[in-house]
Design a protein around this ligand. Sequence first.
Ligand SMILES: *Cc1c(COP(=O)(O)O)cnc(C)c1O
Length: 396
Amino acid sequence: MPGTELFGPEEKREVNDVLETGILFRYGHASERQNICKSQDFESEVKRFTGAKFSHAVSSGSAAILAALSASGVGYNDEVIVPPFTFIATIEAVLMLGAIPVFAEIDETLCLSAKGIQDAITERTKAVCLVHMCGIAADMDPILEVIQNNNLILIEDAGQAYGATYKGTFTGLFGKAGAYSFDFFKIATAAEGGVAVTNDEETYKLIDTFTDHGHTHIGKVRGMEDHPILGFNFRISELHSAIGLVQARRVPEIIKLNKRNKSILQEILSDIKGINFSHVPDKDGDTATFLNILCPDKEFAQKVNKELGKTSIGGYNYWFENKYHFISNWEHLKNLKFPSTMAINKQDIPQDYNNLPLNDSTNIMSRLISFGIRCAISEDNVKKLGEDIAKVFNNI
Ligand SMILES: *Cc1c(COP(=O)(O)O)cnc(C)c1O
């Protein structure tokens, strides 16, 4: 949780600014707020850093994905290609719109592959919701080619990838719209929060209105603005934005520290026989929040996971067996336990979620152990950690 590792007086100061005026709401109250609007500052920081033309802060990364998909025109009965390795929010957002998640293969980048996308396209495919997992941008050039050749809409779930780039472009900005998460576990946190980004003004307007009951936020006093569409409340509070603002500003420093620590760790672990690291298409653009190790086979990875559990080494994930990140453990999805908001006709789902032909993804995930990189840890302690991890692997 790198963002929360660096948490200090600046966060308190920005929150205090808000508490001083007592205006915890981001809209209106022009005279009382004394020009303080941390939500706008948070959005400006995201624009400044990523180069996005438009950004909009909301209550969560999940809400940002939902808004990005909705503003891009994804809706009832549209097929949306998604990866089987992600946080479940990606899938839920698609379903919330009445659209249908269609799972495609990932490759050793841990993200959807161009071939996986190509193979999953049908005549009902409207969009791809690409997820940049583990702080690493997907292999964009071939993916963009498939997207363009098939006239699909690209939406990016960059929930884990704020600050990640591919050939100089920030994740979230390759397609129609993108979403970052600033929840408690991400590279930077607002406690809870998310930011949607886009370079397209119309899409931005739809995101802005959708996430506040359709209000346009233009001119007129609060309550008297136009509301061209219906929406919902996905607003962020000024208190959350105050923290998100400071944390977003810390990201370049966090990435620098992460990179140093990841390379020390990777150097030590590269001596282990038989393992590989996940493929990072653009190493310069890595946020270095995770070091991903691919074991020779599933049995090996399961043993490593078990042995790590006996040590004091924390901060690792065997995603294949946790309940949040890989489809094999999403019982609720596999059993189609949809709440009434997910108005899906079950016959319209073209795939059997219990029996998906995802051999590559399953193979990769069964072999993957990811180590979260901490930024506020000394070089000596990273080295010690590396040696402790190497010991576990070498004893399998
Ligand atoms: C964290 C995360 C989300 C959801 O973000 P929240 O802010 O927790 O709603 C979505 N997608 C991915 C890939 C994530 O890691």
